[in-house]
Each structure stands twice: as C-alpha cells, then as structure tokens.
Design a protein around this ligand. Structure first.
Ligand SMILES: C[S@@+](CC[C@H](N)C(=O)[O-])C[C@H]1O[C@@H](n2cnc3c(N)ncnc32)[C@H](O)[C@@H]1O
Length: 341
C-alpha cells in the first residue's frame, strides 16, 4: 500500500513540491541504458528517470497521460533535441510508439507524481480542498461521477477491492444517503463524511479516507487495466535482449507485475482460467533478484520509496503470447463507460 496515497506532500516551506525519483540507481542498473539504445519511459512525470537515461547516453521516447506533465517537459525536449520525444499517451498504447525494429528497454514508474498529489485542483488529496476529480488525463469519468452515480453494490466493490477498505459497506451506505440530499462536489465533502462514519482511532497510522481515495483514483484511471495492457504491449514492443523494468507502490499493482513475469518466464503452472495444455516458450528471463526494494537510506530521505517494489525481466526471442487478462485474476468491477456521459 502506498505510504501516503491521497495525503498530498509538502515541503518545509509549503512551496511547490519536487518529485524525487524512486529507486533511480536500481532502475538504471537493470535497464542498462547506453549510447545507441532506445528506451521508452512510459511514465515521464517530472522526467527524473528520462533525464538520467539521457545522461547515460541512450535515446528516449517518453509518454505521460497527464497533459500538465507533457507541457512541463517541453524544455527538456528542447535541451535534448533529437534524443527525446515526449508524447501525450497512455502507456497501455506504448507499442504504437515503438519503432518496427523494437525497443531496447521499457520502464514504468506506476502511480501518481508528487505534483499531481500536491495540486488541490486535481482532486487527488483528501488534505486539500479541491474538486473531487482524480483524472490523470483530465478527461473522462471523474471521482465525483463515481461517488454520485455508481450503484451501492459497485461502490462497495470498488472500495473493498481497490482500497482493501474493511468498512466499505458502511462508507458506501453513508455516501448513498448523503448524495440523495446533495451531490458530492469537493474532496473535503467526501473526506469529511468518511471522518464521521469511520472516525480515526489513536492507533490508526493513516487518515480514515486514505483507502477510499486510493480506490477511487485507481478506478477512475483504470490503473490496473492500464498496467496489465502495458505489460502485454512491452512484450510485443521489446527486441530480444530488451529489458522491462517496473516500479510499483502498492500490493495490487505489484501482484499484477509478479504474475506477469511468473507467467511469461515459465514459472507459473497455469491458472484456473488457462490451464497449461501445451509447452510454452518463455518470453522473459528474470534479471537479478525477483524483487528489489529501497535501501534504508533512500526510505529515510524519501518516504514514498518505502512501499516501492521493482521487478524486471529480459525479453527472449520467443514470439509474444496472447494478451489474455485472465492470467491476472483482476476483480470484476463496474464499467467506467456506464458511469460516463
Ligand atoms: C510516479 S510518476 C513518474 C515519475 C517519473 N519516473 C520521474 O522520475 O519523474 C507517474 C507518472 O505516470 C503518469 N501515468 C500514470 N498512469 C499512466 C498511464 N496509464 N499512461 C501514461 N502515463 C501515466 C502520471 O501522470 C505521472 O505523471
């Protein structure tokens, strides 16, 4: 679980927050960027990974679904003319941005950036009053749409599965009652109701709204579906010998990455949906330790790093497998499309 998923982040002076890249040295070690290589950074953010990869001499295609991150990255594009292209796109589409002869590396740093959490207007943080939005792409269904329109049973499923919130039914019932009187508009509207329904106890380490905010953010941005599709896309877009490096911040996402590498490296024994009836060739070989986490020194300086997990694999020459989502056993949740419009 992320250390502070919806709490926002502050610096000592209360000024704008800088995004500190997590596990950067470890990412560079497994990604091995050098001159002549082409790396796709699927989560540009503040460009922390991208600029380190460029400094190592490789070329970069960087993507971000957030138009604000793309606008802020234009100075970096100008400074690295010919070596960096920055594209407004979701990482599930990354294969569309790869050259025909393939990529040497793909890196994904999943989740929200400190800038997104810090900007009240984006509605990610229960600590800051802003519109109940949470859309990284600034389009589509917002968190307010979900809270005001989803069926009671769907709200319970979203909070329970994506937030692992034990009080999901109680919170969802309270939301249903309150929205019949007035729709939810701001982050504080929702956080205030959750504070009343499930008050914080002395032993609680996190704010009572943490898990619900996390669940809404993951749902609104279809974060699990995006990650699963990005892994399949990377399998199609990497050259033999190319490296896939993924950093996640909570257990649901890490489980997807772990299952993918287990399935693709031949370590999975088949799932209940897809028993292994024929021998399959591994499309990824493991690199180094199965999972890398932050050193004590990094976790001390950057609390976000405490929950980070890195997994990586090297692409073999075997043909990419079918993009079958059943290998992930994803929860069956309400569809975003039905809530839209
Ligand atoms: C944790 S930040 C990345 C920080 C970056 N590694 C750095 O060092 O500055 C995650 C970024 O990924 C972006 N993002 C999240 N989901 C995405 C998706 N499905 N497709 C593209 N970008 C996404 C977010 O908008 C955010 O800017």
């Amino acid at each position: 679980m992320a250390a502070n998923p919806g709490g926002g982040s502050t610096d000592a002076g209360g000024g704008p927050v800088r995004h500190i890249p997590v596990l950067l040295a470890e990412v560079l070690e497994v990604l091995a960027p050098v001159a002549g290589k082409l790396i796709l950074d699927g989560t540009f953010g503040a460009g922390g990974y991208t600029s380190a990869i460029l400094r190592a001499g490789a070329d970069v295609i960087a993507l971000d679904r957030d138009p604000t991150a793309i606008a802020a990255g234009q100075a970096m594009v100008a400074a690295h003319a010919g070596h960096l292209s920055l594209v407004h796109s979701q990482f599930s589409q990354l294969a569309d941005h790869a050259p025909h002869n393939g990529l040497d590396g793909v890196v994904l740093d999943i989740g929200v950036s400190s800038m997104q959490l810090d900007e009240a207007e984006r509605g990610f943080s229960f600590n800051k009053s802003g519109p109940l939005d949470m859309r990284m792409s600034a389009s589509g269904v917002s968190a307010a749409d979900v809270v005001n329109r989803a069926k009671l049973a769907d709200l319970i499923r979203i909070f329970a599965f994506l937030g692992e919130e034990k009080q999901a039914p109680r919170i969802a019932h309270a939301i249903e009652k309150r929205r019949a009187e007035a729709p939810f508009v701001t982050t504080r509207d929702l956080a205030g109701l959750i504070e009343i329904v499930t008050p914080r106890k002395a032993k609680d380490k996190i704010h009572p709204a943490t898990r619900v905010f996390q669940a809404l953010r993951i749902f609104v941005n279809d974060e699990l579906g995006e990650l699963a599709q990005a892994l399949f896309a990377a399998e199609r877009a990497l050259k033999p010998g190319g490296r896939l490096v993924v950093v996640t911040f909570h257990s649901l996402e890490d489980r997807i990455v772990k299952k993918f590498f287990a399935d693709r490296s031949g370590r999975a024994t088949g799932s209940r949906h897809m028993p292994m009836v024929h021998e399959r060739l591994a499309t990824f070989d493991p690199i180094g330790k199965p999972m890398i986490s932050a050193s004590d020194a990094e976790a001390e300086v950057n609390p976000r790093a405490r929950s980070a997990k890195l997994r990586a694999g090297v692409r073999t020459a075997a043909t990419a497998e079918a993009a079958d989502l059943s290998i992930f056993d994803l929860p069956n949740l309400a569809s975003l499309e039905k809530l839209g419009g």
